[in-house]
Design a protein around this ligand. Sequence first.
Ligand code: KG4
Ligand code: ZN
Length: 340
Amino acid sequence: MLKAPIYILAIESSCDDTAAAVLSNNKVLSNIVARQAIHEQYGGVVPELASRAHQQNIVPVIDVALKNANINKNQLSAIAFTQGPGLMGSLLVGSSFAKSMAMALNIPLIAVNHMHAHILAHFIDEDGFDKPKFPFLALTISGGHTQIVVVKSFFDMGIIGETTDDAVGEAFDKSAKILGFPYPGGPLIDKYAQLGNPKAFKFTKPKVPNLDFSFSGLKTQILYFIRNNVILNENFIEENRNDICASIQNIIIEILMEKLKLAVKQTGITQIAIGGGVSANSGIRNTLKESEKKLGWKTFIPKFEYTTDNAAMIGIVGYHKFLENQFNNASVVAKARIEF
Ligand code: KG4
Ligand code: ZN
């Protein structure tokens, strides 16, 4: 007899995106994200505004996710939600909603670590996308995190390197802010970088031991570089926009690749999977693809919609936890910081 599929409703509200998805086993039936445009004018996420917007968005987003999946709430097997890390006020909206809904439907509740989800997003079943085999290295690069993780199994993974200050997404966004781009500026740097010369301007790599990263010094370097050049030529940014963006992106890629090469050397693992919002970056994607030929690595790049924050990645963790009966009771709480 064919086993009935497991239907998971997943909710993600850790930062400024309200997201819901429905999965049937490891396949995504719907994946809805409501982005919050309100933060653009402030040049960064305003936590209080984010939680208010989540309150407004959460019911319609879940409603659309269920409708698009053609699933009735009574068919759901479990509800998975982001427990952390993230902004407390934002996490509270999703976690409270998930708890209440699981209780009302009398189905299991599954708390998910957002960073696990960025890594396990690779196990969503999608045509044309291979799944990595254990063990592999995961490079999670987002607005909040920069980590190299050794992934031994779905739930056995450990951080071997991480940022000591800014995340790589912040390096993109803060550089973009210096250039006068709206928040989040990462995608704009990517767009203009594709038209520019990556060797036009030289920035230096920070010296950080082992597999750790640092991006705050680079931000200061870029700030002074722009400031000094604008003193000499007030149109410096406009006249060199593409080359500046290409050079900034180039140094960030060099920093990431240097540490990845070291991680491969130290662990002997040559399968690399990237995740997190910054893995949408075309330069990083291209460089990783080239590394397959140049360095003999096998690389895994998620489908675009699973790179930035989304609930499908929460759902895939939920599915694997469901298979192992890893459930939570209603006393589970949201955590701004969470043990890996
Ligand atoms: O994973 P994510 O959606 O949220 C966090 O968990 O932080 O990542 C958002 C980050 C932002 O810093 C954004 O600028 C960056 O990902 N990002 C990019 C690109 N697309 C998104 N950075 C560089 N190039 C891109 N194409
Ligand atoms: Zn994220």
